[in-house]
Write a protein that binds this ligand. Structure first.
Ligand code: CMX
Length: 132
């Protein structure tokens, strides 16, 4: 069902400030985009087969703003890529996994995404994503 780790989401106060570290490592920060519905600005850093996704809140009401306020900057979620997200959600639901999203929503860069409740994942926010 899972193809690979698509990306690791890191909540930051400022993408502008955070990207300096990755650029120091010789990596390229690209694909900046606002996901309006989720009140976040994202930027991607490709590292081999996977990516780091920097997440910055676009409003104080953003879940990312609340996360940073409560826990500080840091790892926010891990995203697994799946072939067919609807099928994956159906299967997880059948197996009793608690979902935040029963139906996929739009993610950054034309992806379909859905979150699994951290109660079912040992406290880690897990995202499923389907490209294209
Ligand atoms: N890590 C661990 N636990 C988390 C968490 C995180 N990052 N975010 C939320 N939780 C916990 C909450 O503490 C809460 O726990 P309790 O039920 O025990 O109180 C539970 O998960 C549900 O959280 P919530 O905020 O009450 O639930 P919502 O349905 O309002 O929102 C979520 C959940 C995950 C969608 C939202 O918090 C969030 O993070 N949204 C931003 C998503 C995001 O990163 N979007 C960009 C994606 C771009 C892309 O990848 O393509």
């Amino acid at each position: 069902m899972l193809k690979k780790v698509n990306h690791i989401g890191i909540a930051v106060k400022s993408i502008e400030e955070a990207k300096r570290f990755y650029e120091t490592l010789g990596l390229k920060v690209e694909g900046e985009e606002v996901v309006e519905e989720q009140k976040v600005r994202v930027a991607f850093i490709q590292v081999g087969e996977t990516r780091i996704e920097l997440l910055e809140a676009t409003s104080t009401e953003s879940p990312v703003a609340k996360f940073v306020e409560k826990r500080g900057e840091g790892i926010h979620h891990i995203a697994f890529e799946v072939e067919d997200i609807e099928k994956a959600l159906e299967l997880l639901k059948k197996k009793g996994v608690r979902l935040i999203d029963e139906k996929p929503r739009r993610g950054a860069h034309n992806t379909k995404i859905a979150f699994i409740h951290p109660k079912s994942t040992n406290g880690v926010l897990v995202e499923l994503c389907q490209e294209g």
